[in-house]
Write a protein that binds this ligand. Structure first.
Ligand code: GAL
Length: 426
């Protein structure tokens, strides 16, 4: 765990760090308001439903016990990966109406908020709450930007996971417990499923889900070191290996549902659970959704996306202290809970993620997280662009728009040059 986190954040680079994300919708102004407002702690996330809300509720239950002077106010804006929330947050921050705290991603994404002067230094809270001892020192070192730390991590999620329905796979005599060894092997299995009558065997949704599939194919085809180089400038986006990988992504898209631009990730997961599709690629918030929907463990399998075994593609959610946010003292109580052993356990046991702290007991967690904790310790750690570890918000927006264009009209050369151009911006 300790080694994993430090490896992770080392990849992001000493200047990279925790990120921030969506914000609230309160009408209250800045830090000091009337008596009622001063009790309110507006917490801005995109965890509005299902397993994500269950995770948030876990954190809130600890907040309600530990922060009795304050009142939790839910400012969640629905939409996977903050697809709607991030814009709302940007508007609120721009309008000078920050919430008390907002959800953030570790990594490059945080720099946007730091550079815009929208988040406060919380280094002092690390000492006050004992987080300097709870988190691995290397993590703290890597979270430090010019001597300061700007958010408190709640978890670590894994992005490169495929979730499968073994009953569907049996239709083509495929073993649902084993990952295909490569993207080519996966395409061969998808072809067999299609021939067996599963018309759209790979369920996918709009925006960031397609971006995650692009990343998974690039990771499998280029390997972890060249993959990391795509984000830190050391790998040429114009290379023939990238072209070949994007062509495989194009082929994969031909096995997906035609309504992919109209649905979000829980719908794609629903296609797998209902037997309409065999697979979906999605981060391990899926484990939380399955738990919330009471889908039995026996009804689905999961493995690292084909060709990426031994690599843990990470992202981490964290919470920030917005500059001139509402009720900063109440927000600090939320941040204390975020970093605490009880808060991380209540949150992560329900959220599908693993704790960022180094003192968690795997036995307290569901089976999926036990597997993830073990992999986190031994795997090679690589960052996610779709979830802010490797890319800024601006880069990510450009990438999302190129991928969405490709979904409507697949042109590999155009996609490849748009991705390269996106990573040249800041
Ligand atoms: C990510 C976030 C996860 C989960 C996911 C799907 O960006 O870090 O915690 O919420 O989006 O909405």
């Amino acid at each position: 765990m300790r080694g994993g986190l430090s490896k992770t954040l080392a990849l992001v680079g000493a200047a990279g760090l925790l990120a921030v994300s969506a914000c609230g919708n309160s009408d209250d102004g800045g830090g000091s308001g009337d008596a009622a407002a001063s009790k309110d702690v507006t917490v801005f996330t995109w965890w509005a439903d299902g397993g994500e809300k269950a995770g948030l509720d876990g954190m809130v239950s600890v907040f309600n016990t530990e922060c009795k002077d304050y009142k939790f106010v839910n400012s969640a804006v629905a939409g996977g990966a903050g697809s709607n929330a991030k814009q709302v947050l940007a508007n609120d921050l721009q309008a000078g109406k920050p919430p008390s705290t907002f959800q953030a991603h570790a990594g490059a994404e945080l720099r946007d908020y730091i550079n815009a002067g929208q988040v406060d230094d919380v280094s002092g809270l690390y000492k006050e709450f004992g987080l300097d001892k709870a988190f691995p020192q290397n993590l703290i070192d890597n979270l430090t930007v010019d001597g300061k730390i700007y958010s408190i991590p709640a978890n670590v999620h894994r992005a490169n996971v495929v979730w499968a329905n073994p009953t569907v796979l049996k239709k083509a005599s495929l073993d649902g417990t084993k990952a295909p060894a490569s993207i080519d092997a996966w395409i061969a299995d998808l072809t067999k499923l299609k021939a067996a009558g599963v018309t759209a065997p790979l369920a996918i949704s709009k925006g960031f889900a397609q971006e995650m599939l692009v990343e998974a194919v690039l990771l499998a085809e280029l390997g972890p070191d060249k993959f990391i180089g795509l984000w830190d400038g050391k790998t040429d986006w114009a290379g023939g290996d990238v072209t070949a990988a994007l062509n495989k992504y194009k082929t994969l898209l031909t096995f997906t549902n035609s309504d992919r631009e109209a649905i979000d990730w829980p719908d794609a997961l629903g296609y797998v659970n209902s037997g309409k599709a065999g697979y979906t690629l999605m981060g391990d918030w899926v484990a939380a959704q399955q738990l919330a929907d009471k889908v039995p463990d026996t009804a689905y399998t999961y493995w690292p996306s084909p060709g990426t075994a031994g690599n843990f593609q990470y992202l981490a959610d964290s919470f920030t202290l917005p500059t001139n946010g509402q009720n900063p003292e109440g927000a600090k109580c939320w941040l204390k809970v975020t970093g605490s052993a009880d808060g991380q356990k209540a949150f992560n046991t329900k959220k599908g993620s693993i704790p960022a702290r180094s003192d968690a007991n795997p036995a307290d967690y569901p089976k999926y997280q036990q597997v993830a904790m073990a992999d986190w310790k031994k795997d090679k750690i690589v960052p996610s662009c779709a979830h802010g570890a490797a890319c800024t918000l601006g880069q990510n927006n450009d990438i999302l728009s190129a991928i969405s264009q490709f979904s409507g009209s697949p042109d590999v050369a155009k996609l490849q040059s748009a991705l390269g151009a996106a990573m040249k911006t800041s």
